[in-house]
Design a protein around this ligand. Structure first.
Ligand SMILES: Cc1cc2nc3c(=O)[nH]c(=O)nc-3n(C[C@H](O)[C@H](O)[C@H](O)COP(=O)(O)OP(=O)(O)OC[C@H]3O[C@@H](n4cnc5c(N)ncnc54)[C@H](O)[C@@H]3O)c2cc1C
Length: 409
């Protein structure tokens, strides 16, 4: 059976902050046919169900849904077409995707493709947490959708697994649903959000934080009746609860990138991209949480703006840098994005570490040559580290990989 085929200039997959920001810029720049697809029934990505503040700017703070609406409206006003309920299934050519939506199966051919498919939290099964299979087990995204989008009831006593910013957002949602947060549990020795937020949860909302502690088992048949936790020193206790929320531990939604055999970065597990957010396939770009699971929505939106500029240059016939070299991290760093570099790339990099350190030094080295050193105030797992880009002009495009290390001196 031959599918109907549609031609567009730019096909954007994913109508979250990254995809919508890219589409708005491209359409506003005069690109006639910009299509944005999203498998959900409503555009806006994750912020749609983050019914809390923390979006927008300092001077114009917004809730997640208001931020999602703003970006959606901007894209549509600029002339982009947003097709919801439409999933990109697989590649039908180097710059073509098979899709399914209300109009049925279609092949969409484009002059450029932007992947902005976001990331998701790893659920309990992927984290290999043993125990029974009761009801009442969520990720933050599932919890927020259940409570804020569908008005469903959750239990009355919840344990939140994780202590990073998204975990505190989950605790807020639990309270908004009228339930009590029995405890937050983290394997790390400290919480990984801002001091203000951690104190607020502990003192004002009386949420106990169990550090150096792991959830070792889920208990209960039918409905969850408790979780067993073990402290690093071997002590083990049971916490009575009917709800558990697994937070953080994000993985990129890289299915399309993988199916298209785009080069993936071993750290982020999203597509490997250069400073212009170009993937390994000419004409295919990527942006947002797919590249750095997960940074703030503002970072994803900035990616959208940045990728739009690169797409415009590419459509105007600009050559992409002939030589980019891999940008690699060494432990305790986990990943860096973008993860290929060309001389003169101008945007800062985001990184994540797996270990706590105070006043560490970030060092950038190529073939034994130190290109840059920078002292940071602190490095905390699950929080953004930023590496400035002034050193990229020193990169030898014919040299070996550029390596980034974090040392505790
Ligand atoms: C629970 C939670 C709370 C957060 N709280 C905050 C906060 O307070 N402040 C803040 O700044 N940031 C927050 N963030 C982070 C913020 O939501 C992300 O940075 C942002 O949503 C990333 O935007 P994105 O466009 O890259 O991806 P997403 O928002 O994830 O959007 C990706 C979109 O792609 C679509 N998609 C995926 N695959 C396909 C496909 N094959 N076909 C069609 N569509 C597809 C998805 O349906 C989705 O709508 C939070 C994140 C989470 C999970």
């Amino acid at each position: 059976m031959t599918r109907p085929t549609r031609e567009v200039d730019v096909l954007v997959v994913g109508a979250g902050p990254a995809g919508l920001a890219a589409a708005a810029r491209l359409a506003a720049a005069g690109i006639a046919r910009v299509d944005v697809l999203d498998r959900e029934q409503h555009a806006g990505g994750v912020p749609r169900h983050c019914r809390h503040g923390g979006f927008g700017t300092w001077t114009h703070p917004l809730t997640g849904p208001a931020y999602a609406r703003l970006l959606h409206t901007a894209a549509v006003r600029a002339g982009a077409v947003v097709r919801t309920g439409t999933t990109a299934l697989d590649w039908a050519g180097p710059l073509a995707l098979d899709t399914v939506g209300p109009q049925g199966l279609e092949t969409v051919r484009a002059r450029a493709v932007v992947l902005a498919t976001g990331a998701r939290e790893r659920p309990r099964a992927a984290r290999l947490v043993p125990g029974t299979r009761p009801d009442g087990v969520y990720t933050t995204g599932e919890l927020q959708q259940a409570v804020h989008l569908y008005g469903q009831r959750i239990g009355t006593r919840a344990v939140v697994v994780g202590a990073e910013s998204v975990s505190y957002a989950a605790a807020d949602t639990v309270r908004a649903a009228g339930a009590q947060v029995v405890a937050m549990v983290t394997e790390l020795p400290v919480s990984q959000t801002t001091a203000v937020r951690a104190h607020d949860a502990r003192l004002r909302h009386r949420v106990p934080l169990l550090t150096d502690t792991t959830v070792t088992e889920l208990l209960g048949h039918g409905r969850l009746s408790g979780v067993r936790v073990r402290h690093r020193d071997g002590r083990s206790v049971q916490l009575a609860c009917d709800t558990v929320v697994f937070t953080g531990d994000f993985v990129p939604d890289h299915e399309l990138a993988r199916r298209g055999r785009l080069e993936l970065d071993p750290g982020t597990r999203g597509p490997a991209v250069d400073g212009a957010l170009h993937t390994s396939r000419p004409g295919v770009f990527a942006a947002g949480s797919l590249l750095h699971p997960v940074e703030s929505a503002a970072t994803a939106t900035r990616d959208g703006v940045r990728v739009a500029a690169a797409v415009l240059e590419s459509l105007a016939g600009a050559e992409r840098p002939r030589h980019t070299v891999p940008l690699l991290v060494e432990p305790p760093l986990r990943w860096i994005a973008p993860n290929r570099v060309a001389p003169g790339d101008g945007h800062p990099y985001v990184l994540r570490t797996s270990a706590l350190s105070k006043r560490p030094v970030l060092q950038v080295v190529q073939d034994g040559r130190v290109l840059h050193e920078e002292r940071l105030r602190a490095a905390v797992p699950n929080r953004t580290l930023t590496l400035t880009a002034g050193w990229t002009r020193l990169v030898d495009p014919a040299g070996g990989p550029v390596r980034v290390t974090l040392t505790g001196r």
